[in-house]
Write a protein that binds this ligand. Structure first.
Ligand SMILES: [Zn+2]
Length: 99
């Protein structure tokens, strides 16, 4: 299923949303940074996951680290003002801090 990241983006950005796998907050309510991201459909299907997952659980399911090419061009992947975790920034190939 590919509905994982499209259903309620605003709710997930604003609310207290947790990873299905480990329970960590993935929304901006997490003081260590949000892990909101969208993968290319074929990458997401390869994880066999359904729901919302953090970077760590996604990588565990995929069996490897995420790389910039795994992410699609969704706005959520390119926002630099959304308080991304340093781990997500690293996977996206973004500098650790904006500016
Ligand atoms: Zn997790």
């Amino acid at each position: 299923m590919a509905f994982h990241a499209r259903a309620s983006l605003a709710n997930r950005l604003l609310g207290r949303v947790s990873c299905v796998g480990c329970g960590a907050l993935v929304s901006s309510a997490n003081p260590d940074g949000a892990e909101m991201f969208m993968l290319h459909d074929e990458v997401w299907r390869a994880t066999k996951l359904q729901g919302i997952y953090c970077v760590g659980c996604t990588e565990a399911a995929l069996g490897r680290q995420l790389v910039p090419a795994d992410f699609n061009d969704a706005l959520v992947n390119r926002r630099t003002d959304s308080g991304m975790s340093s781990r997500l920034r690293d996977r996206l190939g973004l500098p650790d801090q904006a500016g």
